[in-house]
Write a new protein. Structure first.
Length: 265
């Protein structure tokens, strides 16, 4: 089964120069030199990242499959991340919030198109990046997936069939809507190596990397060490309970804490 690492933005100095601003998003942004060390640690393992089509078509041992994804569509994908990946001979998966294409801190349509031409996979991360996607009604979910998929397909002049769930708010209804929109592959933020199927849609878990994730832990996940994978699952499930029980209050408290920390940096 595949192990999928998910990153967001990679910045030179100011965390607000790429992607969404504020303390919450900054928690998931890495300085450029730190990201370079992450890639070096992954390269030192026995597993090299592959792309989704390779995984789907491969007869190789699935336990050795490693994929790397990047959410939001911040401009650092084009300015920093793609070059760093390509220096290793790798390509990544970039999931784009289409309402923000061309806005400050985000990629333009031309940059999205260029990433695809360079061999990277482009997918949708919804239109508007809802704060709690799993709480959206069915028609809203379908609209988020369908419109964003159509926008990206028009930009690339080829069908876009992969997506990732914003904010980690995954549910069965989110997958049902994704499948109805024409997506064939959907990535969540739940740390799992199991691939499930919902109405023909393949659903993959991912292991999130944030600014304070130790490089040793990234390497352990990439290598498939069982304790590292189990640890991520335990932490996630505790956090999931807080998300579900806390609802919007959880989001408000999280935003307050992370914004205060961000201002102190």
């Amino acid at each position: 089964m595949p192990r999928v690492l998910t990153y967001h933005d990679v910045v030179e100095a100011d965390f607000d120069t790429s992607g969404f601003p504020g303390g919450g998003p900054a928690h998931y942004k890495l300085p450029k030199d730190e990201f370079t060390r992450h890639l070096g640690a992954i390269a030192a393992t026995s597993v090299s990242p592959i792309l989704l089509p390779e995984f789907r078509a491969s007869d190789a041992n699935e336990t050795e499959a490693l994929l790397i994804t990047f959410d939001d569509g911040g401009v650092s994908a084009a300015d920093v991340i793609a070059d760093a990946l390509e220096q290793q001979g790798w390509r990544g998966h970039f999931f784009i919030v289409t309402d923000y294409i061309g806005r400050h801190g985000f990629m333009t349509a031309a940059q999205v198109r260029d990433l695809a031409h360079r061999g990277h996979i482009i997918g949708t991360h919804s239109c508007s990046h809802p704060a709690r996607m799993s709480a959206c009604p069915p028609q809203k979910l379908l609209d988020e997936w369908q419109r964003s998929r159509e926008i990206l397909s028009d930009i690339l002049e080829t069908p876009v069939t992969a997506g990732s769930v914003p904010g980690g708010y995954y549910s069965h209804n989110v997958a049902v809507a994704a499948a109805a929109s024409g997506l064939t592959d959907l990535f969540t933020s739940e740390p799992s190596t199991h691939v499930t199927t919902v109405n023909g849609l393949h659903v993959y878990g991912r292991f999130s990397v944030h600014r304070h994730t130790p490089i040793s832990r990234v390497a352990a996940i990439a290598s498939g060490r069982r304790f590292a994978l189990l640890r991520e699952a335990v932490v996630w499930n505790l956090k999931k309970v807080l998300k579900v029980t806390g609802g919007r209050t959880y989001l408000k408290l999280r935003k307050l804490i992370l914004n205060n920390h961000h201002r102190c940096l």
